[in-house]
Design a protein around this ligand. Structure first.
Ligand code: MTE
Ligand code: MO
Length: 302
């Protein structure tokens, strides 16, 4: 598979660097101002994000600190147990309100897609975060192929549940794991189909052979090991929302101002670091995605 690194991508193909890190310095300035730091005015006027602010986490961290409850609930469990997941052959069922439904082989789904590297911040609802150099492409490039009809307002993602390959799953969640996005969220260029990381095939514990990542949302929106994508008219029932509706919303946009009922979302621990850092609105991608939610009450639609 062809892997092109970010600097090689022509600007005609994607919105450039801002796609990766957004306006970092601006965001750092805004969050520093929001904290009303007791710093001299001159220092506040020239905020300097630490040089390593978005330095990717190590391959080891990214592949050994995971949430994939089908393989157990400890962070180390997926790395230990996901080896039993068989990722080939792999088919994804495309259904619902579209012109080209069917069962597609993975090879077929990836054919013609250019695999890019995109370094995204990844923020878990549990108030930790990582920076991950994913490989993949915009979900909208895949969706376009299936020609969703005008009645399709949401996309529903269903992930693999195979009790024989996932004996650790137990009944911690109702399986299979289901997630969903509004159509415009799914079609946003930042929303990514992930097929690898660090230029290598996606490890099972990270959701092989393909998963989504929605970088401005809490990690639970990013369903792993997809087996079904459906275009639907009404909002899909997403697993964590079904289990605890007062704790996990449908939107799940990263928002430092709306706390989880059991903990604050104002700060986060970057895996590998000791001190916690302020959480950024929309995980720092607000300049690209805030308009999707214009006029919405983000406290009610959490
Ligand atoms: N099928 C499935 N997908 C899932 C999960 C899961 O338990 N099962 N956990 C979610 C959560 S809470 C997070 S934070 C991310 C973790 O992705 P990572 O392990 O690659 O960092 O996957 C999401 N996708
Ligand atoms: Mo998460």
């Amino acid at each position: 598979m062809l892997i092109r690194r970010a600097p090689d991508i022509r600007s005609s193909e994607i919105t450039p660097e801002s796609l990766y890190f957004g306006r970092r310095e601006f965001i750092a300035a805004a969050s520093a101002a929001a904290l009303d730091l007791a710093a001299p005015a001159a220092a506040r006027a020239t905020p300097r994000p630490r040089a390593d602010d978005d330095k990717p986490n190590s391959y080891e961290d990214i592949t050994h600190y995971n949430n994939y409850y089908e393989f157990g609930t400890d962070k180390e469990d997926p790395a230990k147990y996901a080896g039993t997941l068989r990722t080939s052959p792999w088919k994804v069922e495309i259904g619902g309100l579209c012109e080209k439904p069917g069962k597609y082989d993975l090879d077929d789904l990836l054919r013609g897609q250019t695999i890019e590297e995109r370094v995204y911040r990844h923020r878990c609802v549990e108030a930790w975060s990582m920076v991950i150099p994913w490989n993949g492409f915009s979900l909208r490039n895949l969706i376009a192929r299936f020609q969703p009809t005008s009645r399709a307002k949401f996309v529903e993602f269903t992930t693999l549940y195979d009790p024989a390959e996932m004996p650790q799953a137990g009944d911690v969640l109702p399986w299979p794991y289901v997630e969903g996005l509004r159509m415009d969220e799914a079609m946003h260029p930042l929303t990514m189909v992930v097929t690898g990381l660090y230029g290598r095939p996606l490890p099972n514990q990270n959701g092989a052979p393909l998963r989504v990542h929605v970088p401005w949302k809490y990690g639970f929106k990013s369903a792993k090991s997809l087996v079904r994508i459906r275009f639907v008219e009404s909002q899909p029932a997403n697993t964590w929302n079904v289990v605890a509706p007062n704790e996990y919303g449908f939107y799940a946009n990263v928002n430092p101002n709306v706390d989880h009922p059991r903990w604050s979302q104002a700060r986060e621990r970057r895996i590998g670091e000791f001190f916690r850092r302020p959480t950024l609105m929309f995980n720092g991608y607000g300049d690209q995605v805030a308009s999707l939610y214009a006029g919405m009450d983000l406290r009610r639609n959490f």
